[in-house]
Design a protein around this ligand. Structure first.
Ligand code: GLC
Ligand code: CA
Length: 834
């Protein structure tokens, strides 16, 4: 080929020589002629060399192309897409800093008090930043720190541009931002834009007269005849959503407490003012926002009464103010006017947004926010009334994972300042605190999305039980207590509910050490009581203990950070019907991780299609060494046992462009890093990276001669030959390579696609759901949840199954074709090499 192409060019230069020969006659002319000839010959040589190099590069590229690329990157990972949209090529999953980050939420009142007044503050946060850094987190979400009368601990803002005095001042804030950035971490603010405090100057102005220039910045209405409220909406914090104001003889709307009047987003001037404030903070160097209660900004036009068949005094009103149609116009304007064009992160608190709508909110290209906090999983916590429904958890989490696959991004969380502690609700904080804290930590952490840790979660802080309602601070809990007491419910019964559902469970001061007040404050009394168990649950003690929850979290974070498969890999649920074990895989190119977690306090047994070996184990929460195992498929797990395995089919190292952008700083993990993530050290991992030796290529040549259309037959043949001793050990690695590829394919059966997207009725009540119900209602809610779960089970066993069977057949056919292609490719490769 090369010669064939070169000859005409050589001929061409020969044609030039006779042209010069009849013009040049003298010696000097001969010399000039000679020089020109040399010049032309050198040009020819350069051109030839360049041509040769380019040919060589193409050949090398062709030879080094990994034979299984297509299989490993496109097909295996894309079962859902291949059913739903066969013609579609997978969309690019873009690398973003906030996708690779680990977020840590600080509730400033309870993190660290630096001046002995019993309340946490900004200087206190600075003192403790190294704890967050050591943990491995790098994105801090700071709950509101703005000026506030603290009816709802800062979520009632009276000035967006002033720091709450008990927390410090603007200089402290600027120092905090700097200290965070100096440590290569980022900080996001909690912006509350649905409402302000009634002490905000805007509201004071608005309520002053019906003709005030800011009257329309809030939602004012006349009462109905007979002294009735404008409508029957119930507040999220209980009681009516309307408050009467006698100065102007009108009512104002407050979805939360009466001291938190709702802003009127229909007023364009108000909206512009809110955007200005956000931009003002962005200009101060913060790295984005968590946007509070943002799905409530639009109310149903006309503010009509809700249907009230039970003739209740107030009716739960979420349907008329949560994710109401038309909200997207405001959201889009907000995004475009503020964070939209900046490299910052935005996380919306989006109660009422279902998985089927999530893409509208967080689509990589057209969405509003980078992520949203979803509420669908929150009502699974009814511990006092029954254990965690593992199947329901799987369905909800999987639905969100699949809904946003290659489209958007999830905000992953289990705890926050509105939720009781996970170990006390879903787990067992008595006998199995360490085990269940690490199990719950792992189950959400390795899914697709950015994991958020709420302060104290990393040491397994628990719920608290104080005897009197006066020991509590939460406005929602206090309202609930008073309303229930007025109905004649017994104090102890009400407290039992608060113990299980109250938000103060998560707000007790951070437990740093076993000194008085857990090292949080030197005050006589802290703003909320310290949980008495700080003596044995605290950061200092856990730092020293290699097997502590804290050190487990550090390993977990390291594992995620060092392995792209946990960040960008495709999620698939396995063991979908197992009632105790949550199992899922993450797959990225040549790696597949198996995440297996027993979420109950009973031993659990299960069998996988894929066999796993101890050398592939990268994380466990067991203290005793795990028994060596080789190609194990059946497992018996201890209560809350977790194991994470990575199968590394390292056939190539390049990241497919098809699937995601290449890393700017590709971090290919070393075996040591992997080992360091396992509390019980594992033996050295083997790699299946196999360069083709001459002998191997000879074997391949033989395979080529004998090959049929089904390459799996060849693999079996080779295995048989190996058993008979016909193939020597030097070929073994190649066969293993085939085998691992085969098991990857067969393992497809283990991955059940989730086809149903929106049949599961979304739970619409937020954190205060139980608080706003009577005791009897609560039992009804739990029963409803259980019933709907059963209903979904039935659906899955019929509808989904039949689709699943078609899917399997179709996938198998595709795999065969691919294998045939790949086999051809590998043989061509071999042939070319020989
Ligand atoms: C959000 C906050 C919660 C607050 C409410 C009202 O849900 O997380 O703490 O009470 O909004 O601002
Ligand atoms: Ca303080």
């Amino acid at each position: 080929m090369i010669c064939g192409y070169a000859i005409p060019r050589v001929n061409c230069s020969w044609k030039i020589a006779p042209y010069f020969s009849h013009v040049v006659t003298t010696e000097s002319r001969k010399l000039k002629y000679f020089i020109v000839l040399i010049f032309l010959e050198s040009v020819k040589l350069v051109l030839l060399t360049r041509y040769f190099i380019s040919q060589l590069a193409t050949t090398v590229a062709k030879f080094s192309k990994p034979p299984f690329t297509r299989l490993a990157t496109t097909t295996i990972n894309r079962p859902l897409q291949s059913i739903q949209n066969t013609s579609d090529t997978p969309k690019i999953v873009r690398r973003r800093w906030w996708k690779e980050a680990i977020a840590y939420q600080i509730y400033p009142r309870s993190f660290q008090d630096s001046n002995g007044d019993g309340i946490g503050d900004l200087t206190g946060i600075i003192q403790r930043l190294d704890h967050i850094k050591d943990l491995g987190a790098d994105l801090i979400w700071l709950c509101p720190i703005f000026k506030s009368p603290n009816d709802d601990n800062g979520y009632d803002i009276s000035d967006y541009q002033v720091i709450m005095d008990v927390f410090g001042n603007m200089a402290d804030m600027e120092r905090l931002i700097k200290e965070i950035h100096d440590r290569k971490m980022k900080i996001i603010f909690d912006m509350v834009l649905n409402h302000t405090s009634d002490e905000h100057s805007w509201f004071i102005e608005s309520r002053s007269s019906r003709t005030s220039t800011k009257r329309d910045w809030y939602i004012w209405r006349d009462g109905k005849p007979g002294g009735l409220r404008p409508n029957n909406w119930e507040s999220i914090f209980n009681g009516s959503a309307w408050e009467y104001d006698k100065t102007t003889d009108q009512y104002y709307l407050h979805l939360f407490s009466p001291k938190m009047p709702d802003l009127n987003w229909e007023n364009a001037d108000l909206r512009q003012e809110l955007y200005k404030i956000c931009n003002w903070w962005l200009a101060k160097g913060i790295d984005g926002f968590r946007i509070d209660a943002i799905s409530h900004i639009k109310k149903k036009p006309g503010l009509p009464d809700l249907p009230n068949p039970k003739q209740l005094e107030f009716v739960s009103s979420f349907d008329y103010h949560m994710n109401v149609e038309g909200i997207e116009e405001y959201l889009r304007e907000f995004r475009n006017a503020t964070f939209g064009t900046l490299d910052v992160v935005s996380v919306g608190e989006a109660n009422g947004v279902g998985a089927d709508q999530a893409q509208d909110w967080v689509d990589e290209d057209t969405g509003i926010f980078n992520m949203i906090f979803q509420f669908e999983g929150l009502n699974l916590w009814a511990k006092a009334l029954g254990a965690l429904d593992v199947l329901a958890l799987k369905r909800i989490m999987t639905r969100w994972q699949k809904a946003l696959e290659a489209k958007g991004w999830n905000a992953l969380f289990l705890e926050n300042h509105d939720k009781p502690r996970i170990v006390s609700t879903w787990g067992n904080d008595k006998e199995y605190l360490r085990e269940c804290a690490t199990a719950f930590g792992t189950v959400y952490f390795l899914m697709m999305g950015t994991p958020f840790i709420y302060q104290g979660q990393e040491i397994g802080m628990t719920n608290v039980k104080y005897p009197s309602i006066n020991d509590y601070n939460d406005v929602a809990a206090k309202n609930f207590y008073n309303l229930e007491l007025a109905k004649g419910i017994d104090h102890r019964d009400i407290m039992e509910i608060i113990y299980v559902t109250g938000r103060d469970n998560a707000r007790t001061p951070m437990q740093w050490d076993d000194s008085p007040n857990a090292g949080f404050s030197t005050a006589q009394q802290t703003w909320l009581g310290v949980n008495p168990n700080y003596v044995h649950i605290n950061v200092q003690q856990q730092s020293k203990d290699e097997n502590s929850i804290l050190n487990f979290y550090k390993r977990l974070i390291k594992l995620r950070k060092n392995n792209d498969v946990f960040i960008y890999g495709t999620y698939d649920l396995i063991l979908s019907n197992h009632k105790q074990v949550y199992g899922y895989t993450r797959t990225l190119n040549d790696k597949r991780a198996y995440i297996l977690i027993n979420l109950t306090d009973r031993p659990a047994q299960f069998t996988l299609y894929q066999s796993l070996s101890s050398k592939q184990l990268v994380l466990t929460n067991l203290i005793d060494p795990i028994q060596e195992h080789e190609d194990e498929k059946t497992f018996k797990f201890h209560p809350y046992e977790i194991r994470v395995y990575i199968i590394d089919h390292k056939l190539h190292t390049t990241i497919s462009k098809n699937q995601m952008e290449p890393s700017k700083n590709p971090s290919i993990e070393t075996l040591n890093e992997l080992n360091s993530t396992v509390s019980t050290p594992i033996s050295t991992l083997t790699t299946s990276e196999v360069p083709l030796t001459k002998k191997q290529t000879q074997v391949l040549e033989k395979v080529k001669q004998k090959r049929t259309n089904n390459p799996l037959v060849e693999i079996n043949e080779n295995v048989k030959k190996k058993q008979k001793g016909e193939i020597n050990d030097s070929n073994e690695s190649l066969i293993k390579k085939y085998q691992s590829q085969r098991s990857l394919i067969l393992n497809q059966e283990n991955i059940e696609p989730i086809i149903r997207t929106s049949t599961f009725e979304q739970q619409r009540r937020p954190f205060s759901s139980y608080s706003s119900l009577t005791l009897k209602d609560q039992y009804d809610v739990v029963n409803e949840t259980t019933t709907s779960t059963d209903k979904v089970d039935d659906e899955e066993s019929t509808d989904t199954r039949s689709k699943y069977i078609n899917y399997c057949a179709c996938e198998q056919a595709k795999q065969k074709h691919l294998l045939r292609d790949q086999n051809e490719e590998i043989l061509k490769h071999t042939q070319e090499q020989m």
